[in-house]
Ligand binder design. Sequence first.
Ligand SMILES: [Cu+2]
Length: 171
Amino acid sequence: MRRQYLRSIVVGGVLILSGALLVGGVAAQQAATTHTIFMNVVEYKGSTTTEKLAPPSINPSTLSQGYVYKGPGEADKTAPQQWEIDSYAFAPGFVTVPQGDMVAVRVFVVNGDKHDVSVLAPDGQVAAPTATWTRGGEYPVSLKAEKVGTYKLSCAIHGPSMTANILVLPH
Ligand SMILES: [Cu+2]
C-alpha cells in the first residue's frame, strides 16, 4: 500500500515536470523573433545598340518613374546607335516573415542620390512616414509584423516599380 503511494508520487512528479517543460517550450516559441534583413538600393543598367536590337516600342519611363530610358543619340553622343535603360530597385525586393515577429530592415543606398521612402501596412495604414534617404547612408526600418499580408516599402521618386514587399504569413 505504502509502496504504491510512493510510486504514484513519483509518477505524479514526472508528469508535473514534463508538463512544466512543455509549457516552457511553448513560451520560448512564442517569444518574438527578430529578423534582421540587409537590403541595398541598387540601379540595374542595360545597354545595347540599334544594330543589335531595336529600342522598345513603349518608352519604359512611361511605365514607372523608376525606369530610365536614354534613346539612340541621347545615351552617348559619340555613339549615336547606343541606347540605355536603368531600373532602381530594392535588393532583395521580397521577404517573408511569420506574423508576430519583429522585422529589422537595414537599407543601404548604393545608387541614386535621393529616395523618398515610406512603409505602408497591409491595410494601407502608414507603418513608417516618408523619409528622405541619400546615397551612402544606411537606414533602419523596424516594424512588428502584426498584420497578415504585404507591408510595402516604396520610393515615391522611383515608383511604382521601386518597392520591396514584406509578406507576413499567418502563424
Ligand atoms: Cu528611389
